[in-house]
Design a protein around this ligand. Structure first.
Ligand SMILES: [Zn+2]
Length: 491
């Protein structure tokens, strides 16, 4: 049982109460029980769990206080001495979230909050976290509404307290909550598709004034993504969107939801805020690329086992590419806006001096090396270049497939090969580089292993990217639903 109180807005503090069962063996004989604070947070690709915010920890069992001991090597693990006969422990603590942005990402404001469950729970060590079942309850400020991929249990909404359906620990961490004083939910469900909604919180109520054509563009996004990937891997999907200058910025993927922030004028200054509108397509793509299909070395049995991001140029690079393509196909951005964005990226990497010494694959270590701290000499140092240089790699691959197949095939076909399997299943399918190469070769035979090696693994002399200007707008055309044969496509 996990209860999180999110009402202390003035002090930015979450108060947590948990009841954690003791394993039968430990209960019978006594011994050392370890409970852990999640550190390796999926999507962050680095050990970012905010253990510095954990405070006020106390552990009780059978009305006795149990002194805990923090592990001196793994400082996110706590040792709890269990005496024989103890069946459960009661754990209380607070998460002291940043009171201002110079301390860290602000997750509580006077008008909204962002609950990331990994920050407000401890879990017992020694299990696959998918096998730990949690009964979560969240207490919100009076009268607030919320969006989440979690669903309340029958009768679970009592006043300002929501008790959600039982959920695995994995799914819980993957199902954050956006809640707010000013909230609107828009239905994006496609015909005959699973439920999809856009759950918006904002700094003020006037910011929620979305025009029908704006919501239609978001509906198109759902249609277009399903057309590209030829499948879905969620029971329902919630786009969580905060229009704010108060809450810390975010774009974080989950299997059945995503956490997104946008400018206050996302709807009300639509013409001016287009640069932010590839975010939802990017995070939605991750439901397929990252959550359903995941690089083998990014899969872990719990939240304290290190990840390795050697294939982030696929996980993030191809997602970055689809984010822009889907933004154009859904009319969230215009084709010229997307082409300009791609041109800016290409120009940036034409002059990226660090490509002379550091292969793209090495930048996949950057989330661990640099943790997104400011860097000097960015062009020479490089950064998480697997996002945008990876995006160019997939644009080049798409272009090549179209050229070699004389317009009959494209990266769409590869996406359907690779992601469009086991429709409706949420069981993660891991992959290695050779699986991606095989999918490429199935669609268009070529030396894809060499193509990727040259662009990912080795330092190559500075070279200019191919000329995409000829016919470059073609594949941003919206696809019909259901997908049509590439041979019959108008473009
Ligand atoms: Zn991403």
């Amino acid at each position: 049982m996990l209860k999180v109180d999110g009402t202390d807005l003035a002090r930015h503090i979450y108060t947590v109460h948990e009841i954690i069962p003791v394993s039968p063996e430990l209960s019978a004989h006594g011994g050392d029980m370890m409970i852990r604070y999640p550190i390796w947070i999926p999507g962050d690709h680095s050990p970012t769990g905010p253990v510095t915010q954990l405070a006020g920890l106390s552990v009780h069992a059978d009305n006795r206080n149990i002194p805990w001991i923090r592990d001196t090597v793994d400082v996110s693990t706590f040792h709890i001495p269990i005496t024989a006969g103890t069946k459960m422990i009661l754990v209380d603590f607070q998460t002291l979230t940043p009171v201002s942005s110079d301390v860290g990402r602000v997750v509580m404001t006077p008008d909204m909050l962002n609950v990331q469950w990994n920050a407000v729970c401890l879990y017992p060590a020694g299990y696959f976290t998918r096998d730990i079942t949690v009964s979560p309850t969240l207490v919100l400020p009076h009268g607030w509404q919320y969006g989440s991929a979690l669903r309340p249990r029958d009768g679970g909404n009592t006043g300002d307290s929501i008790t959600f359906q039982n959920v695995s620990f994995d799914r819980l961490v993957d199902s954050p909550v956006f809640a707010g004083r000013y909230f609107r939910q828009f239905d994006l469900t496609p015909p005959n598709g699973p439920p999809v909604s856009l759950d918006v919180v904002a700094d003020s109520p006037n910011l929620l004034a979305a025009a029908p054509e704006q919501i239609n563009a978001h509906r198109n996004l759902v249609l277009q993504a399903n057309a590209v990937f030829g499948s879905h891997h969620y029971e329902h999907y919630d786009f969580l969107l905060a229009l704010t200058e108060e809450l810390g910025r975010i774009g974080l993927e989950h299997h059945q939801s995503s956490e997104n922030s946008g400018p206050r004028g996302y709807f009300t200054k639509w013409k001016d805020t287009f640069p932010a509108r590839d975010l939802l397509p990017h995070e939605f793509t991750h439901s397929w690329n990252g959550k359903f299909r995941r690089p083998e070395d990014l899969w872990a049995a719990d939240f304290n086992t290190p990840h390795r991001g050697s294939l982030l140029w696929i996980y993030e690079g191809q997602t970055q590419y689809w984010g822009y393509v889907l933004a154009a196909r859904s009319n969230l951005m215009t084709q010229p806006q997307v082409l300009d964005a791609l041109a800016l990226v290409a120009a940036t990497y034409d002059g990226r001096a660090g490509r002379l010494w550091r292969p793209l694959v090495d930048t996949t270590n950057d989330p661990v090396i640099a943790r997104r701290t400011p860097l000097s000499w960015r062009s020479w140092q490089r950064s998480e270049d697997y996002y945008s240089e990876g995006e160019l790699l997939w644009l080049e691959a798409d272009t090549l497939i179209r050229e070699l197949s004389h317009g009959h095939h494209s990266l769409d076909d590869v996406a359907r090969q690779f992601f469009g399997i086991s429709n409706g299943s949420m069981v993660t399918h891991t992959y290695r580089r050779e699986n991606v190469i095989a999918a490429l070769n199935t669609v268009q035979p070529y030396d894809w292993a060499g193509f990727l090696h040259d662009r990912v693994d080795v330092v190559t002399p500075m070279r200019h990217w191919p000329d995409w200007s000829v016919g470059g707008t073609v594949w941003f055309m919206a696809r019909s639903q259901p997908p049509i044969s590439p041979r019959k496509r108008k473009c």
